[in-house]
Write a protein that binds this ligand. Structure first.
Ligand code: DX5
Ligand code: ZN
Length: 216
């Protein structure tokens, strides 16, 4: 299985955003992870379209957009227009997962569904055949820099098992508290993409940390 690192811009220096994006452009990170928070679904507010635009302009990389907003069906098309290659919404945030899936796909992006640490993986079952990716949260969404929750490893393995029959091409991504110390366990459990915010941006050599995670 392939290994992808998706550095989270949430931990970048917003005063030097272009510099940080250029650093990622010259790194082995294939994706750029964009955390959008509305202050309602999660107790924090990050950024939206006006900040995504310069990131899209500064980088040719795959833009992996993680929506932590309620009623995402209202906005998913605009996120695709803003340059998202993948739009991931939270299953807990919408009464209309089907509508979200259809709107994202019709707009031309890949579709992801994320679940919070307490949400059982069984709730994904009915959606698995129709999506490209599951994003397993390994911290409570809302903030970077939290500690990894180890039960996420079993969740990844369980989803990988479910996907064997329902969607063998399903990608699994994990987000929260990830570094070169736990990356290997997650790749081995069946994850292909790992998000890393503080591990990358707080590292003395961020590009080397990305390599360390890939080689974990
Ligand atoms: C948390 C975000 C994460 C966060 C990860 O709600 O979804 O993407 O930025 O940051 P670290 O890697 O520092 O846990
Ligand atoms: Zn995220």
């Amino acid at each position: 299985m392939q290994r992808i690192i998706a550095p989270s811009v949430l931990s970048a220096d917003f005063g030097h955003l272009e510099r940080d994006i250029r650093m990622l452009n010259d790194s082995r990170a294939e994706w750029i992870h964009i955390d959008v928070m509305d202050g309602v679904f999660v107790p924090n507010i990050s950024f939206g379209f006006p900040v995504m635009k310069p990131i899209r302009q500064a980088s040719p990389k795959f833009m992996d957009v993680h929506l932590m907003i309620i009623d995402p069906e209202k906005y998913v098309e605009r996120f695709v227009e803003a340059g998202s290659n993948l739009v991931t919404f939270h299953l807990e945030a919408t009464k209309e997962p089907r509508k979200c899936i259809d709107l994202i796909r019709k707009a031309g992006a890949k579709v992801g569904i994320s679940i919070k640490p307490a949400t059982p993986i069984e709730e994904l079952r009915e959606w698995l055949p129709d999506i490209d990716l599951v994003l397993v949260m390994s911290v409570e969404p809302g903030f970077g820099g939290q500690s990894f929750m180890p039960h996420s490893i079993e969740k990844v393995a369980g989803i990988r098992k479910m996907a064997e029959t329902l969607n063998p091409n399903l990608m699994i991504e994990v987000d929260g508290g990830i570094s070169s110390k736990n990356a290997r366990l997650l790749f081995d459990a069946g994850a292909e993409a790992l998000v890393a915010g503080s591990a990358v941006f707080k590292a003395a050599d961020p590009r080397q940390e990305i390599i360390n995670m890939l080689n974990a």
